[in-house]
Design a protein around this ligand. Structure first.
Ligand code: NAD
Length: 373
């Protein structure tokens, strides 16, 4: 009994300490509660100490998708190669394997994830694993597992170990009853895809853990992301990447969305920079934990015309995929992002002409990805 009382006293004392103390004891550290999922249940999360925030050790989940390798490159330039660990359930290509630490991590394996966080002294977690919109509609149970159960694992581990956690959301977190032009930060969110439902769930769970346990949760709603050297992972906006590879390789593209489908889009460099900026933003500058970020909005027809300025022979036909079209018709046409611009100085650099120029400059006929299309 006496031991338990002493331990409880130690916990109370630790909770009164300043957040930056490196000596702060958590209930888990005291061994009061051996369950990782209950260790923080009656207290606030441990917070990363000052040293960790100056030199964070970062884990990226789902890192072999469209965005993870580019983000790892940016974060490694900023924080050092060995401080950023990429992870996924797939085998990395050689150039990724040799460019910095890579580890196998299945976000559905809670114990494995926890071991990785503990053994590598992780302080920031970027959670990129997901099943995207079009793939999710074809496999709802997989999307539920990865996007919802996986997220629960991530949030519990982050709260237990006092991590800063970044989870991207999407324009897909809105639905047909949301205002679409532009879509504000706060409005009705009734998405019609399992992907969108799981992302609204992620936003709300992250914000709940922030208020309930003090979790340092940060979330950006990305538009469709356009990148030259990584393939999109089965989303509704994939056409806006595929068209470039087809334009360079064959001069012909069959688009699976209607020519007048207007959606918010962003060049990958802007997206990754925004992610680094929100990760580094001082907590007291954030008036929200979930922000819209916007750059440009265009239709397949707008994009075709812009590409034709540089590749006039490009021919585009339309063969609409009803599943993707229905998703796109329920999504925002433009995004309102004044809160991000005000709170942490968000500013995009690429509009449609700059993006098209950058994509065509990167994609040459010898490019590996161009050959894959
Ligand atoms: N790419 C976009 O246009 C876009 C737009 C909005 C939001 N986002 C969000 O950004 C994040 C990254 O997007 P992306 O385009 O790189 O996704 P992607 O589909 O290209 O990659 C997702 C990765 O998750 C991995 N994964 C799947 N199941 C896993 C599991 N059980 N454990 C660990 N990893 C697993 C996959 O192997 C894949 O490499 C996602 O959360 C996505 O919802 C992306």
């Amino acid at each position: 009994m006496l031991v338990v009382r002493l331990l409880r006293g130690a916990v109370r004392h630790a909770r009164r300490r300043p957040l930056c103390s490196t000596e702060g004891l958590s209930p888990a550290a005291c061994g009061i509660n051996s369950s990782p999922r209950r260790a923080f249940a009656d207290g606030r999360a441990q917070n990363s100490n000052c040293t960790e925030i100056d030199h964070p050790k970062i884990l990226i989940t789902g890192g072999l998708g469209q965005l993870g390798v580019g983000l790892a490159k940016l974060l490694r330039r900023r924080f050092g190669k060995n401080n950023v660990i990429l992870s996924d359930i797939r085998k990395p290509p050689n150039h990724v394997y040799h460019n910095g630490p890579f580890i196998f991590s299945d976000i559905l394996d809670y114990k494995n994830l926890r071991e990785i966080v503990v053994n590598n002294n992780i302080s920031w977690l970027v959670h990129y694993s997901a099943v995207l919109s079009a793939v999710g509609e074809n496999n709802v149970s997989l999307a539920k597992e990865v996007n919802i159960t996986g997220l629960h694992n991530i949030l519990d581990i982050a709260a237990e170990h006092g991590l800063r956690v970044f989870v991207p959301s999407t324009i897909g977190a809105f639905g047909p009853s949301s205002p679409r032009d532009p879509t504000p930060e706060l409005c009705v969110q009734r998405p019609r895809t399992i992907y969108g439902v799981s992302k609204v769930h992620a936003e709300l769970m992250g914000e709940y853990y922030h208020h309930r346990y003090g979790l340092d949760f940060r979330c950006l709603r990305y538009p469709g992301i356009i990148s030259a050297d990584s393939q999109p992972g089965g989303g509704t906006t994939d056409y806006a990447v595929q068209i470039f590879h087809a334009a360079v390789k064959t001069g012909y593209f069959e688009c699976n969305l209607r020519s007048d489908t207007r959606l918010p889009m962003m060049y990958i460099d802007d997206c990754l920079r925004a992610t680094l900026e929100i990760l580094e933003a001082p907590a007291d500058s954030l008036t929200s934990r979930t922000y819209n970020i916007n750059a440009m909005s265009f239709t397949p027809q707008d994009l075709t015309q812009e590409i034709q300025k540089m590749l006039p022979d490009l021919k585009v036909t339309y063969n609409v995929d009803p599943v993707r079209q229905a998703i796109a018709d329920s999504w925002p046409m433009a995004f309102e992002d004044s809160a991000a611009r005000r709170d942490w100085g968000w500013k995009h650099e690429y509009d449609l002409p700059e993006m098209v120029q950058a994509m065509l400059t990167h994609i040459t006929p010898g490019n590996q990805l161009a050959q894959a299309y």
